[in-house]
Write a protein that binds this ligand. Structure first.
Ligand code: PSU
Ligand code: MN
Length: 328
């Protein structure tokens, strides 16, 4: 049988290929957080630290980006530097993958883009900072991140510190319910709010133990229920920001975005950059602390999933679905 043609677009780093051959679990990492989520050089330093956290706990990090017309699964230090320092890195969600693969240039994958590439590469767990979601004002603007639709259809477990309050977190959770995406939390009952621990909204199910999280996720996938599972874990208390401060900065950033007519894929990077500037860089320390913590939670989940049963084969080893026909 022919391998899926997606293989033609993937390149694995030597260390990721070696880990896969040895049966060591992989943890995917996104690159939009490096290119568009944090300033240089803290972005590259943080990316390397997060990789070290994952390795020290016994898994292999696979940071994902598009370089030279290939989806790269696992980046070298030089490639992390390239993504973190280059001024014109495309932000790559589901819509943008073919354009950056065929048009050239560097691509940093969002949560949606990274989920697609992780599934193609056979990686079951993906650690990010915060997911995209339903924007405040979405009833008028229709601005809903493609991350949510991706969670509905692509079978990867996504570990995050919730979502930023630049979004309407209540509507984001409603939307995930409609799409059938289970939202798990650990360490607390409520969904986290990125800079702060508590969004004020309950997650669907609280599961603290990584083996129980793994059992839940296996049950979903064993049943053929395609799609992601979201696992929220709060920023460590010592690194959380005061919520009144982050609320007023968020309101100001949202007002500025509206006044300047920012729209489309530029909205989220604009809001992230303004909040960073308005908090005088203090939010950066929170951001770094939460992503490191997410990496710990995600690696424990990846180890538990690997122990729980036979992992899936990469999507890219399977025949493309439109060639599979059932019955006459
Ligand atoms: N939220 C954050 N930090 C981020 C992002 C979102 O707190 O870095 C990035 C992620 O890559 C996410 C993307 O997938 O922004 C969502 O963008 P949009 O809202 O345009 O879908
Ligand atoms: Mn959007």
């Amino acid at each position: 049988m022919n391998a899926n043609p997606a293989r033609n677009w993937l390149t694995f780093s030597d260390s990721v290929a070696a880990a896969q051959a040895a049966g060591r679990p992989l943890v995917a990492l996104e690159s939009t957080i490096i290119a568009h989520g944090m300033p240089y050089p803290q972005n590259v330093r943080t990316a390397r630290e997060v990789e070290t956290v994952i390795r020290d706990l016994g898994a292999e990090p696979a940071t994902i980006a598009v370089i030279g017309g290939r989806i790269r699964i696992g980046l070298s230090d030089d490639e992390l530097e390239l993504i973190g320092r280059s001024p014109d890195v495309h932000k790559v969600s589901r819509r943008d993958l073919p354009a950056v693969l065929t048009g050239g240039g560097l691509g940093a994958t969002t949560v949606a883009g990274t989920m697609i590439c992780a599934a193609l590469a056979g990686v079951e767990v993906f650690v990010t900072g915060g997911i995209g979601g339903v924007h405040r004002g979405a009833p008028e603007t229709f601005d809903i991140s493609a991350d949510l639709q991706e969670l509905a259809k692509t079978s990867v477990a996504v570990v995050c510190a919730g979502a930023k309050s630049i979004l309407d977190i209540g509507l984001t959770l409603e939307y995930l319910e409609t799409l059938g995406v289970p939202v798990l939390s650990c360490e607390q009952d409520n969904f986290a709010a990125f800079y702060t621990r508590d969004s004020g909204f309950r997650a669907d199910y609280r599961i603290d133990d990584p083996s129980e999280q793994a059992r839940f996720i296996r049950a979903k996938w064993d049943l053929g229920l395609a799609g992601g599972v979201l696992l929220s874990t709060p920023v460590p208390a010592a690194a959380a920001m005061p919520s009144d401060e982050i609320d007023s900065m968020t309101r100001q950033a949202l007002d500025e975005a509206a006044a300047q007519g920012i729209s489309g894929k530029a909205v989220t990077p604009f809001l992230l950059a303004r909040i960073k500037a308005l908090t005088g860089g203090r939010s950066l320390a929170t951001n770094i602390a939460l992503i490191r913590h997410n990496a710990e939670v995600g690696t424990k989940l990846a180890l538990a999933l690997a122990a729980a049963s036979t992992p899936r084969s990469p999507e890219s080893d399977k025949a493309p679905t439109d060639t599979i026909r059932s019955g006459p």
